[in-house]
Design a protein around this ligand. Structure first.
Ligand code: PBG
Length: 333
């Protein structure tokens, strides 16, 4: 079908920057990026997170100017994660549906200051759970259906606070349906759900758990609800179920080690598909950059562009602010 050498020389298409740009199949742009942000209580605080160099926790007053900068650099969507003080963690997780909890206050402030900003919030109990788990725990067991009731309360308060996108990240069975029905009933017809549909029980979440202060707390592991990493068919079934239950967008998580899942999900469902380049992926790349083992700009852009090539519409990434700068400078290769 194709002519062969020397009628065809693959290298003709790679001979210079202009020709390469002309035949490029995948373009990464700033509007593809969702920036996760860690919050903490207090004022005038910007504190670094040792396991994630370059990523900080912000108090609400420092969050506002930070987000203003992000918006002017072209980042349109943020995802907020709280560091919860231990006296607000409990086994019934009621801080999760406190309208005055950190993420709800932050969401209202952000939407007031920047009405066009898209705010995404995680629906899961782990930041508020004394056991560090995403679900309620009774006698050492995660209880699915009781957890759904808590997640529904959490989701409704988040929608009420003005969150544009809810991201159920807990992997309980039936949660998307439960949340969707509740949102419809209460009149939140435009609130989007981006389900963490294929979320694996991954070692790559380690630095995040330090960032949200869940590290020492977690009793056991999350293997009874997050997917076993070797399983692709199971992941596809989970995604299909979340789409059927009313998700608007689906996410695969982690990202880079799971590009095969992303590609299969996009091919199979033709549905808005996202990936989370998680904390461990960030810290690996960042660590190598800091040691001068990898070149910063081209590594960051390559890592993100590959998500798009695999089929992603967008990517949650801690590199979002830097990637926006690199795309502006055109120094990403
Ligand atoms: C909590 C949650 C986790 C992440 C996002 N939401 C951690 C977990 O499931 O233990 C991980 C994000 C990251 O590692 O960057 N439900």
């Amino acid at each position: 079908m194709f002519s062969s050498f020397p009628n065809r020389r693959g290298r003709r298409l790679r001979q210079n920057r202009g020709i390469r740009a002309l035949v490029r199949e995948t373009i990464l742009s700033k509007s593809d990026l969702i920036c996760p942000i860690f919050l903490r209580e207090g004022t005038k605080i910007i504190e670094n997170i040792p396991s994630m160099p370059g990523v900080n926790r912000y108090s609400i007053d420092t969050l506002i100017p930070y987000v203003e900068k992000l918006i002017s650099s072209g980042i349109l969507t943020v995802a907020l994660f709280p560091l919860t003080p231990s006296n607000k963690k409990s086994s019934d997780c009621e801080e999760a549906w406190n309208p005055e909890n950190l993420v709800n206050i932050a969401t209202r402030q952000l939407k007031k200051n920047f009405p066009e900003l898209i705010v995404m919030l995680d629906v899961a109990l782990d930041p508020y759970n004394i056991d560090g788990h995403d679900g309620l725990l009774v006698n050492g067991k995660i209880i699915n259906d009781e957890t759904l009731v808590a997640l529904e309360r959490q989701a409704l308060v988040q929608a009420e606070s003005g969150a544009d996108i809810l991201g159920p990240s807990d992997m309980m069975d039936g949660r998307i349906k439960k949340i969707r029905v509740a949102l419809e009933e209460k009149g939140f017809k435009d609130t989007l759900i981006m389900s963490y549909a294929a979320k694996f029980a991954s070692a790559y979440y380690g630095p995040f758990r330090e960032a949200v202060g869940a590290q020492g707390l977690l009793k056991g592991d999350k293997k009874t609800y997050q997917i076993d990493p070797p399983n692709i068919q199971e992941a596809i079934r989970e995604v299909e179920e979340d789409i059927n239950e009313g998700a608007d967008m689906v996410m695969v998580k982690p990202g880079m080690p799971y590009l095969d899942i992303i590609s299969e999900v996009k091919r199979k469902f033709s549905f808005p598909t996202f990936a989370y380049q998680v904390s461990g992926e960030y810290s690996m790349i960042r660590g190598a950059i800091e040691n001068n083992w990898l070149e910063k700009d081209i590594t960051i852009i390559e890592s993100l562009t590959c998500f798009k090539r695999a089929g992603c519409d967008g990517i949650l990434t801690y590199f979002a602010p830097e990637a926006a700068d690199i795309l502006d400078k055109g120094s990403g290769g």
